[in-house]
Design a protein around this ligand. Structure first.
Ligand SMILES: [Zn+2]
Length: 283
């Protein structure tokens, strides 16, 4: 009530001073969510009738978890995307679950999915869903149709490697196939049995991380810019096959193991990925 009075006086004072935009400014101060709309790395633009399902405190935690994901991906990759520009989450009239445009830059949540994410986050402490770490993962990979980092041999696999990292180190709760998941074991089981074929690469990454931890993966990402690995494909135009083989070579280099070995890429997985991302024929 006291706050309202101060706002009223502020409006009156500013009106008196002849500032036409003062009413909007003062009304924003009444918004219980206002303090949470801008975080370190993200802004949050979702209509009030969507976020009403979430308490202001929980909204703050939810947004804070996105900052944690961003910070974790900086730690994993050693890069700061888009020169550190703040990224805006927006609801969209379109119905896709979640996608990203870089122009602004923004991450969009389809209108039918806003309620889902918000209700789940309100009901389950630590829930972010798979979409947010996946989309933030894309942000760290570069710009679709423009600059793309050399480690991206496949957009979706690359974004998902980062989401796997976020689940592991932050213990995020995500959902796959109607099940809440927050461990590498559960992710492995899901990818192995229910995911699309490209998720088998994530199973291999989980096998590698299980033995070596994330440190060699961090070194692999950093090696693209720190000169610690010169690479076998210097000067070649980087096809997805070259990028894929380069990524595996770097992982082998930093783990000190042949990560193409059968115990990491089980069954015929390696054969399938080799066929999908072939090296160009040499003459
Ligand atoms: Zn994606």
């Amino acid at each position: 009530m006291k706050k309202r009075m101060i706002s009223f006086l502020l409006v009156a004072a500013l009106l008196f001073a002849g500032a036409p935009s003062a009413i909007l400014t003062a009304q924003a101060a009444e918004d219980p969510y206002a303090a949470y709309r801008e975080r370190d790395h993200f802004g949050f633009v979702l209509s009030a009738n969507r976020i009403k399902y979430m308490s202001p405190d929980r909204l703050g935690e939810w947004m804070g978890s996105f900052d944690q994901i961003y910070d974790a991906f900086q730690e994993l990759t050693g890069v700061t995307p888009l020169d550190g520009q703040r990224i805006t989450w927006r609801s969209s009239q379109e119905n896709g679950a979640m996608w990203i445009y870089y122009g602004e830059p923004s991450i969009y949540i389809g209108k039918d999915h806003v309620d889902y994410y918000i209700r789940e986050a309100e009901d389950n402490d630590g829930f972010t869903g798979w979409g947010p770490p996946h989309e933030i993962g894309h942000v760290f990979d570069g710009l679709p149709g423009g600059f793309v980092r050399e480690w991206v041999f496949n957009d979706e696999i690359s974004a998902n490697i980062k989401a796997v990292y976020a689940v592991d180190v932050l213990g995020l709760k995500v959902e796959h196939g109607g099940k809440l998941i927050n461990t590498l074991e559960e992710l492995y089981d899901y990818f192995l049995n229910y995911g699309p074929e490209h998720d088998l690469f994530l199973c291999a990454m989980i096998n590698i991380v299980d033995e070596f931890g994330w440190d060699p993966v961090k070194k692999t990402y950093r090696s693209y810019s720190d000169g610690s690995y010169t690479g076998n494909y210097e000067g070649a135009s980087k096809t997805s096959g070259i990028k894929y083989n380069d990524f595996l070579d770097r992982l082998s280099y930093y783990t000190g193991a042949d990560i193409r070995a059968a115990k990491y890429f089980e069954s015929d997985w390696l054969k399938r990925f080799d066929a999908r991302f072939p090296l160009p024929a040499t003459d």
